[in-house]
Design a binder for this molecule. Structure first.
Ligand code: ACO
Length: 334
């Protein structure tokens, strides 16, 4: 690889992939004790997309297609990439990393490839790491992917969890840019591991937090203290956005779009209310896709990008929080 000077970073293209199969609130009401009204009121979700396993769909397929789409949008080949970072908590295998298999499927070798695990914060974590790698001058082009197939990680007999989640992949291709003022103006990666028992996927009983009785859900599926996560998320969303504005000196008026993890419409609405964020600057698609964990921010970014809502020179703020507990922000001059 050539030696480069530190540089700016540009989003060269975005992509996403969503399964065709829809799981509506009424479908769920036929499977468990819940209702369309309860789910809409408490979460803002009407339907979510889930893999059709009978058709051979998989988390790997979603992730791969999202990067393929982002490369096409960037008018680049996989062989142009120096690195692929894939964020997920629902990869089927841990060895090899899904990133290595994506690289092989698309023909990116010998690009570096690794998986990153930060639950719903995964896409923003991957974006920040990829951006910093290019800015350092070590890499020219990085493909970042956030993808979760949460339908494979929830127990559909647990109504307190299953109603929230869907399957989605979002990707972006980052490349070096001559203008050092372009790219990430500010970023944070944070975690408070003491709060892990609020949100986790146990493999077996030995993974349960001390003193916690098993909920009875299938092992390998998500356990969540919804109220605890809700409280955490409401405060964190507000604080993280405020911190991003303070650190960059940007005002709400200066920002073209706030690209937020789609966890629950009430969590996003609370941050909008407290910070005075106007509706047209906060993209919401949770009604159609549910909470898709690491896939959510990448999908929002791609949909905004393709709709022409993010233009060259715009400032955008991306924020997410999730299992870990983790949270992250990324302020960009696009
Ligand atoms: N349908 C009907 N009733 C339900 C359902 C359901 N699906 N789920 C719970 N209830 C009932 C409860 O049993 C409870 O009944 P009770 O009052 O008789 O005890 C009542 O509804 C209220 O339950 P709460 O848990 O207090 O409901 P809440 O308003 O908090 O909503 C929710 C639950 C939607 C899960 C909310 O807490 C939430 O969104 N939390 C945040 C979750 C989140 O964002 N997770 C993201 C991270 S995921 C990641 O990182 C992978």
């Amino acid at each position: 690889m050539d030696v480069f000077e530190p540089s700016g970073v540009r989003i060269a293209g975005c992509g996403s992939c969503v399964p065709e199969k829809r799981l509506t609130n009424d479908d769920l009401a036929g499977m468990m004790d819940t209702s369309d009204e309860w789910i809409r009121q408490r979460t803002g979700i009407s339907e979510r997309r889930i893999l059709d396993l009978d058709k051979g769909e998989s988390q790997f397929l979603l992730a791969t297609e999202s990067l393929r789409n982002a490369l096409a949008d960037a008018d680049m080949q996989a062989s142009d990439l120096d690195l692929i970072i894939h964020a997920s908590v629902t990869s089927k295998m841990t060895c090899p990393s899904t990133a290595c298999r994506i690289a092989a499927e698309l023909g990116a070798e010998p690009a570096g490839a690794f998986d990153l695990l930060a639950a719903c914060s995964g896409f923003v974590y991957a974006l920040n790491v990829g951006e910093a790698m290019i800015r350092s001058g070590r890499y020219r082009s990085v493909g970042v992917i956030g993808c979760d197939a949460m339908s494979t990680a929830v127990d559909y007999s647990d109504r307190s969890v299953a109603i929230l989640f869907g399957d989605v992949a979002g990707a972006a291709v980052l490349v070096r840019d001559e203008d050092p003022h372009r790219g990430c103006l500010y970023q944070t990666l944070n975690a408070d591991g003491r709060m892990w028992p609020s949100l986790y996927i146990p493999d077996d009983e030995s993974d349960l937090p001390v003193g916690v009785e098993d909920s009875g859900s299938r092992m390998g599926t998500l356990r969540m203290d919804g109220r605890e996560v809700y409280k955490f998320a409401v405060g964190k969303f507000r604080d993280v956005i405020q911190d991003a504005l303070n650190a960059t000196g940007l005002t709400v008026d200066d920002v073209a779009q706030f690209v937020c993890h789609q966890s629950n419409v009430r969590i996003i609405a609370s941050a909008m209310d407290k910070l005075g964020l106007p509706k047209e600057k906060v993209y919401i698609n949770i009604d159609k896709y549910g909470n898709s964990s690491a896939g959510s921010v990448g999908l929002c970014l791609d949909q905004l990008w393709k709709a022409g809502k993010i233009k060259q020179g715009d400032a955008i703020v991306l924020v997410a929080f999730g299992g870990g507990l983790t949270w992250a922000s990324s302020v960009w001059r696009v």
